[in-house]
Design a protein around this ligand. Structure first.
Ligand code: XLS
Ligand code: NI
Ligand code: NI
Length: 449
């Protein structure tokens, strides 16, 4: 099963999809070969585990295989010679092998998909389901041939015109029903392919205008939908992790699962906390006016960090530009939180990122993913070194030490009161406070970067 069988990949494509590209190797930081890893060394042990097991990289099918690189002002530019540009099932099946050749050459073990990325939507639901089954046959063969695995599956509930006012939050019950049927099938296929998770991203689960929206009703419908998904999961014996992916807006004006805290509140209010973890996306964090670091800390505090859509945004453009992450500060912060939380179990680092419209050649897919993988490998090594050094964590611990004993310990144990704290303060007078030393810590971090 876990054996890489190149023959089997090329058997399914008349020509290899990436004929000029060899398997990408780790060559170390001194290498000048752009098609090599400088830092990501899959089997190297960092903080007790291989890099591969820490990072659990995934390729996002919708971007790597389906993004034409169109933008709001221009048509697609992507050159994808293996793709005949049609919506046929045969083309979709061929594309599977191109994707697996890509993952194989890149050395990425996981992929993620929406139902409609992998297989074309038919004229009816039954036809769409048939198309999906036909491509799932191919995905299953390709998984077996290469040992690659499905990190998570999902349903596309935002492209088709029927979903223009939402799916589970559509004002129309028949649209809700259609969406439910689509998710049921996407869950079946994810289960069949041994998916380790299933993601709900509320593409249009929000509103464009409150003039026509009953927000309370829509949010309740979303909760009802997710409860039915939980029930169905049990029915089919799917044990993968459910994720919900926060995003504040775009294409909606406001999306109900707008950020990590809002998602957690929604899950708690509707009794869904035990069934979901968060799939956090960096660019969604910045759209919400937060850093990814903040979003990850919020998730970890609730024991709900599930998986990551690893990308980044452009500080100067206000939309979800889904760029590949290359900023070492970003990856260091993310890897620090990840390591301190104990690491991924079911989740991983899915590259929900696309090459720029200007980067239209197939080889650019490699440059982009190599860069992202190296950036996280460096972040991981730096974060491990910072934790091993211990000064940062020791400073943080000392900063709260007045809560470790005496009146502080009573506050944390909730065994004191305003009256006692008043008496304490009258007796002890003005508190002696310590500097936060932000600049000193920023300098400390720069020792490692
Ligand atoms: C879009 C989302 C989407 C989800 C999966 O902004 O990031 O790609 O990850 O539906
Ligand atoms: Ni995403
Ligand atoms: Ni996104």
């Amino acid at each position: 099963m876990a054996r890489t069988d190149q023959n089997s990949i090329s058997n399914h494509l008349m020509n290899e999809a990436f004929p000029d590209i060899p398997k990408i190797q780790f060559e170390g930081p001194k290498s000048k070969n752009p098609l090599s890893f400088k830092h990501y060394n899959a089997d190297e042990i960092v903080a007790g585990k291989t890099m591969k097991d820490h990072l659990r990289f995934g390729v996002a099918y919708w971007h790597a295989m389906r993004n034409s690189l169109a933008d709001p002002f221009g048509v697609g530019t992507a050159q994808r010679p293996w793709d005949d540009g049609t919506d046929s099932v045969a083309n979709a099946q061929r594309r599977v092998w191109a994707c697996f050749e890509f993952m194989d050459k890149l050395g990425v073990d996981y992929y993620c998909f929406h139902d409609r990325d992998v297989a074309p939507e038919g004229r009816t639901l039954a036809e769409s389901n048939q198309n999906l089954d036909a491509v799932a046959d191919e995905l299953e063969k390709a998984q077996q041939a290469t040992g690659k695995k499905l990190l998570w599956g999902t349903a596309c509930l935002f492209v088709h015109p029927r979903y223009n006012q939402g799916a589970s939050t559509s004002p129309n019950a028949n649209v809700f029903a259609y969406a439910a049927a689509q998710v049921k099938k996407a869950m079946d296929v994810t289960h069949r392919l041994g998916g380790e998770g299933y993601t709900f991203w509320g593409g249009r689960e929000g509103y464009a205008s409150l003039w026509n929206t009953n927000m309370k009703r829509e949010v309740e419908h979303l909760a009802a939908f997710l409860h039915m998904a939980v029930d169905y999961k049990k029915k089919i014996g799917f044990t993968g992790q459910f994720y919900i992916e926060p995003k504040p807006r775009e294409p909606s004006t406001h999306q109900y699962d707008s950020d990590a805290a809002a998602c957690l509140n929604f899950l708690r209010e509707h009794g869904l906390m035990d069934h979901f973890k968060l799939n956090l996306e960096t660019n969604h964090a910045t759209l919400a006016g937060h850093s990814m670091w903040h979003e990850m800390e919020v998730a970890v505090a609730a024991n709900a960090l599930g998986s990551v859509d690893a990308n980044t945004g452009d500080e100067l453009i206000g939309w979800d530009t889904d760029q590949f992450p290359t900023d070492i500060y970003l990856t260091t912060q993310m890897m620090l939180v990840m390591l301190k939380s104990g690491g991924f179990t079911t989740g991983g680092m899915n590259f929900d990122a696309k090459v720029r419209r200007e980067s239209f050649e197939p080889v650019d897919l490699f440059h982009a993913h190599i860069g992202g993988m190296d950036a996280f490998a460096r972040g991981l090594k730096i974060a491990a070194a910072i934790l091993e050094d211990g000064r940062l964590e020791a400073f943080k611990k000392a900063r709260y030490s007045t809560f470790d004993a005496g009146i502080g310990a009573k506050i944390e144990a909730r065994t004191t009161s305003f009256e006692e704290l008043e008496a304490y303060t009258l007796e002890n007078g003005e508190p002696l406070i310590a500097s936060g030393r932000q600049e000193m810590l920023e300098n400390l971090i720069n020792e490692f970067i």
